[in-house]
Design a protein around this ligand. Structure first.
Ligand code: GSH
Length: 315
């Protein structure tokens, strides 16, 4: 039965960012529990935990809530050290790779997927994402752009093929950086996985030019891991309520703007879904921000956000 030490992932099956975390959990063979969250708002059982952050996934361990995969992966590495996915000798590289997989490549994937399947997308989903992003959803423009984006998508897949080819010549193995699978592989896996969910024929066509990548993708899919224990949102809130945030000495020594512990602040993603989450500052350093929040249902929480991709302000 899940408890205050359990890894709880708030996710939904088709979420590509969630798949990064699920893959890392499989590669580390960790036990975990899952709460299936709605694909669109409202998310009434998530908001008490996140204070308004609506994106997917969210990771919870007791009363510590991790918003954004960029902070979940380092946390999993720190708490569950073996097998290491932040490979010795390649530290830092995975985050740089993620800037590409989550940025340019992800945008290309979204264009390929919606440009191909736009007629099947439910109106409620379109309305939700238009509201979230503050941008329009031009069906005809998406269809027109799709062929060009498919070219761009394959070009980026070929970067992986080139890397694997290079590694093969150097005799360093089957993975993107060296002889073991790690976080670079996890990040690079997301876009092919996302595309495979909805346009598998297109992925297969790209793999014809990228046979090493096809095998690499299959090797990553072969990680079995453990099946999650299924929890409800109410179970997860009860676990948070019964737990206390992991003790962290309040420290903002490393903050560039001189915020002090206890300062009332708000934080939001800087790209889209800019929902500000308010709390009292506990930790601010180069890597992360931790806010303390009190919630009527979940009680005392610590919310963890990465620094990159987020704006922090005093309120
Ligand atoms: N930078 C975030 C991105 C997460 C993200 O954009 N997730 C998508 C779904 S995979 C999302 O939140 N969509 C809106 C929603 O699920 O409500 C992360 O790495 O966790």
């Amino acid at each position: 039965m899940a408890n205050a030490q359990s890894i709880i992932l708030h996710h939904y099956p088709s979420s590509p960012y969630s798949e990064k975390i699920r893959l890392a959990l499989r590669m580390k063979n960790l036990a975990w529990a899952g709460v299936t969250v709605p694909v669109i708002l409202p998310k009434p059982d998530l908001m008490p935990l996140t204070g308004g952050y609506r994106r997917t996934p969210v990771m919870q361990i007791g009363a510590d809530i991790y918003c954004d995969t960029a902070i979940m992966l380092p946390e999993l590495e720190r708490r569950f050290t073996l097998p290491a996915l932040n490979l010795p000798g390649h530290e830092g590289l995975a985050k740089m790779v993620a800037a590409w997989t989550d940025g340019k490549w992800f945008q290309t994937s979204v264009g390929v997927i919606f440009g191909t399947n736009v007629d099947q997308v439910p109106q409620a989903f379109i309305d939700d994402r238009v509201k979230m992003s503050g941008q329009g959803f031009d069906v005809e423009a998406m269809k027109t752009a799709a062929p060009m984006l498919r070219d761009q998508w394959r070009a980026q897949l070929m970067w992986i093929e080139e890397r694997l080819e290079g590694g093969r010549h150097a005799g360093t193995g089957d993975w993107l950086v060296g002889t073991k699978p790690g976080l670079v592989d996890v990040h690079a896996f997301m876009n092919p996985w996302f595309v495979e969910q909805t346009v598998p024929d297109f992925l297969e066509r790209c793999f014809e030019d990228a046979p090493l990548t096809r095998n690499w993708f299959k090797r990553l899919k072969d990680f079995k891991g453990q099946l999650p224990e299924e929890l409800t949102g109410a179970d997860a809130i009860a676990i948070a309520h019964a737990a206390a945030p992991r003790l962290k000495p309040a420290s903002t020594d490393d903050d560039l703007r001189g915020f002090l512990p206890g300062t009332r602040v708000a934080i939001a993603p800087d790209d889209y879904a800019k929902d500000w989450v308010e709390g009292d500052l506990v930790v601010a350093n180069a890597e992360r921000v931790i806010l303390a929040r009190q919630d009527a249902q979940a009680d005392n929480l610590h919310l963890h956000f990465p620094r990159t991709g987020y704006s922090l302000k005093a309120v």
